[in-house]
Design a protein around this ligand. Structure first.
Ligand SMILES: O=C(O)CCC(=O)C(=O)O
Length: 173
Protein backbone atom coordinates (compact mmCIF):
# COMPACT_ATOMS: atom_id res chain seq x y z
CA UNK A 1 0.00 0.00 0.00
CA UNK A 2 1.27 3.50 -0.77
CA UNK A 3 -0.92 6.17 0.74
CA UNK A 4 -2.03 9.19 -1.23
CA UNK A 5 0.05 12.36 -0.77
CA UNK A 6 2.44 10.82 1.80
CA UNK A 7 3.54 7.45 0.34
CA UNK A 8 7.33 7.40 0.22
CA UNK A 9 9.90 6.30 -2.31
CA UNK A 10 11.42 2.80 -1.95
CA UNK A 11 15.14 2.49 -2.77
CA UNK A 12 16.60 0.28 -5.52
CA UNK A 13 16.86 -3.34 -4.40
CA UNK A 14 16.60 -7.00 -5.39
CA UNK A 15 14.20 -9.27 -3.49
CA UNK A 16 16.00 -12.63 -3.49
CA UNK A 17 18.73 -11.55 -1.06
CA UNK A 18 16.11 -11.19 1.70
CA UNK A 19 15.12 -14.87 1.53
CA UNK A 20 18.74 -15.91 1.11
CA UNK A 21 20.12 -13.98 4.09
CA UNK A 22 17.15 -14.14 6.44
CA UNK A 23 15.53 -17.52 5.73
CA UNK A 24 18.34 -19.49 4.05
CA UNK A 25 16.78 -20.13 0.62
CA UNK A 26 19.84 -21.36 -1.24
CA UNK A 27 18.66 -20.86 -4.83
CA UNK A 28 16.95 -17.89 -6.53
CA UNK A 29 14.29 -20.17 -8.01
CA UNK A 30 11.44 -17.81 -7.23
CA UNK A 31 8.76 -15.93 -9.11
CA UNK A 32 7.22 -12.62 -8.07
CA UNK A 33 3.63 -11.79 -8.99
CA UNK A 34 2.28 -8.25 -8.61
CA UNK A 35 -1.44 -7.56 -8.99
CA UNK A 36 -2.75 -4.01 -9.07
CA UNK A 37 -5.64 -3.45 -6.66
CA UNK A 38 -6.03 0.23 -7.53
CA UNK A 39 -5.30 2.23 -10.67
CA UNK A 40 -1.56 2.93 -10.83
CA UNK A 41 -0.29 5.94 -12.73
CA UNK A 42 3.04 7.73 -12.99
CA UNK A 43 1.81 10.01 -10.18
CA UNK A 44 0.85 7.57 -7.42
CA UNK A 45 4.07 5.64 -6.91
CA UNK A 46 4.43 2.87 -9.50
CA UNK A 47 6.96 0.06 -9.23
CA UNK A 48 10.03 0.91 -11.37
CA UNK A 49 12.06 -1.95 -12.86
CA UNK A 50 15.36 -2.12 -14.71
CA UNK A 51 14.88 -4.47 -17.67
CA UNK A 52 17.32 -7.39 -17.95
CA UNK A 53 18.83 -6.67 -14.51
CA UNK A 54 17.73 -10.12 -13.31
CA UNK A 55 20.59 -11.56 -15.37
CA UNK A 56 23.31 -9.65 -13.49
CA UNK A 57 23.44 -11.77 -10.33
CA UNK A 58 23.54 -10.19 -6.89
CA UNK A 59 24.12 -6.45 -7.29
CA UNK A 60 23.21 -5.58 -3.69
CA UNK A 61 25.99 -3.49 -2.18
CA UNK A 62 24.38 -1.52 0.68
CA UNK A 63 23.55 -2.98 4.10
CA UNK A 64 21.33 -0.57 6.00
CA UNK A 65 20.60 -1.40 9.64
CA UNK A 66 18.57 1.69 10.57
CA UNK A 67 15.41 -0.38 11.05
CA UNK A 68 16.18 -3.55 13.05
CA UNK A 69 14.72 -7.01 12.41
CA UNK A 70 12.30 -7.93 9.66
CA UNK A 71 10.62 -4.50 9.81
CA UNK A 72 13.60 -3.21 7.85
CA UNK A 73 12.72 -5.70 5.10
CA UNK A 74 9.37 -4.00 4.46
CA UNK A 75 10.19 -0.34 4.95
CA UNK A 76 11.40 2.62 2.91
CA UNK A 77 14.61 2.14 4.92
CA UNK A 78 15.23 -1.26 3.33
CA UNK A 79 17.93 -3.50 4.80
CA UNK A 80 19.56 -4.61 1.54
CA UNK A 81 19.81 -1.96 -1.15
CA UNK A 82 21.58 -1.10 -4.38
CA UNK A 83 23.72 2.02 -4.64
CA UNK A 84 21.72 4.67 -6.59
CA UNK A 85 24.76 5.28 -8.86
CA UNK A 86 24.80 1.59 -9.82
CA UNK A 87 21.11 1.80 -10.81
CA UNK A 88 21.73 5.03 -12.75
CA UNK A 89 24.51 3.38 -14.74
CA UNK A 90 22.36 0.34 -15.53
CA UNK A 91 19.44 2.52 -16.64
CA UNK A 92 21.62 4.23 -19.24
CA UNK A 93 21.76 0.88 -21.06
CA UNK A 94 18.25 -0.36 -20.25
CA UNK A 95 15.83 2.49 -19.46
CA UNK A 96 13.54 1.96 -16.49
CA UNK A 97 10.06 0.56 -17.03
CA UNK A 98 7.06 1.42 -14.78
CA UNK A 99 4.25 -0.95 -13.85
CA UNK A 100 1.21 1.23 -14.45
CA UNK A 101 -2.27 -0.03 -15.18
CA UNK A 102 -5.74 -0.79 -13.87
CA UNK A 103 -6.98 -3.03 -11.00
CA UNK A 104 -6.53 -6.67 -11.99
CA UNK A 105 -3.49 -6.08 -14.17
CA UNK A 106 -0.72 -8.55 -13.35
CA UNK A 107 3.04 -8.49 -13.76
CA UNK A 108 5.34 -11.49 -13.29
CA UNK A 109 8.95 -10.68 -12.53
CA UNK A 110 12.13 -12.36 -11.38
CA UNK A 111 13.08 -11.57 -7.76
CA UNK A 112 16.62 -10.79 -8.99
CA UNK A 113 15.22 -7.84 -10.97
CA UNK A 114 16.45 -4.49 -9.65
CA UNK A 115 13.42 -2.40 -8.74
CA UNK A 116 12.21 0.51 -6.61
CA UNK A 117 9.08 2.61 -6.35
CA UNK A 118 8.24 6.28 -6.65
CA UNK A 119 6.66 8.77 -4.26
CA UNK A 120 2.88 9.00 -4.17
CA UNK A 121 2.31 12.70 -4.81
CA UNK A 122 -1.28 12.22 -5.97
CA UNK A 123 -4.67 12.24 -4.22
CA UNK A 124 -5.18 8.52 -4.96
CA UNK A 125 -3.94 5.54 -2.91
CA UNK A 126 -1.77 3.01 -4.70
CA UNK A 127 -2.49 -0.58 -3.74
CA UNK A 128 -0.56 -3.59 -5.03
CA UNK A 129 -0.78 -7.22 -3.91
CA UNK A 130 2.64 -8.87 -4.15
CA UNK A 131 3.31 -12.54 -3.66
CA UNK A 132 6.18 -14.86 -4.43
CA UNK A 133 6.30 -18.53 -5.40
CA UNK A 134 9.23 -20.73 -4.48
CA UNK A 135 10.11 -24.22 -5.70
CA UNK A 136 9.57 -27.07 -3.23
CA UNK A 137 13.21 -28.19 -3.56
CA UNK A 138 14.39 -24.81 -2.24
CA UNK A 139 12.95 -24.70 1.26
CA UNK A 140 14.23 -22.41 4.02
CA UNK A 141 17.33 -23.78 5.75
CA UNK A 142 17.17 -21.74 8.96
CA UNK A 143 15.44 -23.20 12.01
CA UNK A 144 11.67 -22.84 11.98
CA UNK A 145 11.78 -20.55 15.02
CA UNK A 146 14.15 -18.17 13.19
CA UNK A 147 11.99 -17.81 10.09
CA UNK A 148 10.49 -14.42 9.46
CA UNK A 149 6.71 -13.99 9.85
CA UNK A 150 4.57 -16.13 7.62
CA UNK A 151 3.66 -13.23 5.32
CA UNK A 152 7.36 -12.89 4.43
CA UNK A 153 8.33 -16.57 4.42
CA UNK A 154 5.50 -19.05 4.61
CA UNK A 155 5.77 -22.28 6.54
CA UNK A 156 3.41 -24.01 4.09
CA UNK A 157 5.45 -25.92 1.54
CA UNK A 158 2.84 -27.84 -0.44
CA UNK A 159 3.33 -27.87 -4.23
CA UNK A 160 0.75 -26.02 -6.30
CA UNK A 161 -1.91 -28.16 -7.90
CA UNK A 162 -3.42 -27.58 -11.29
CA UNK A 163 -7.19 -27.22 -11.55
CA UNK A 164 -9.70 -28.01 -14.28
CA UNK A 165 -12.29 -25.70 -12.76
CA UNK A 166 -11.27 -22.68 -14.78
CA UNK A 167 -10.25 -22.98 -18.39
CA UNK A 168 -8.89 -19.75 -19.77
CA UNK A 169 -9.61 -20.90 -23.33
CA UNK A 170 -13.34 -20.85 -22.48
CA UNK A 171 -13.17 -17.22 -21.35
CA UNK A 172 -15.09 -15.77 -24.34
CA UNK A 173 -17.68 -18.55 -24.77
O1 LIG B 1 5.33 -1.36 -2.61
C1 LIG B 1 6.31 -0.79 -3.10
O2 LIG B 1 6.26 0.37 -3.48
C2 LIG B 1 7.61 -1.52 -3.26
C3 LIG B 1 7.50 -2.98 -2.97
C4 LIG B 1 8.73 -3.72 -3.30
O3 LIG B 1 9.57 -3.28 -4.04
C5 LIG B 1 8.95 -5.04 -2.74
O4 LIG B 1 8.13 -5.50 -1.92
O5 LIG B 1 9.96 -5.67 -3.08
Amino acid sequence: MKAKEVGEKWPWHQDYIYWRKEDGLLKPNLLNVAILLSPVTMQNGPLCLIPKSHKLGCMTNVLNDKVPGWNGNVSVDLTYQIEPDTATQLMKKNPVTHFIGMPGDVMFFDPMTIHSSELNKSDMNRDIFLFTYNTVDNLPTVNKDRLRPDFLCSRKHAPLETSNQFNILDWNK
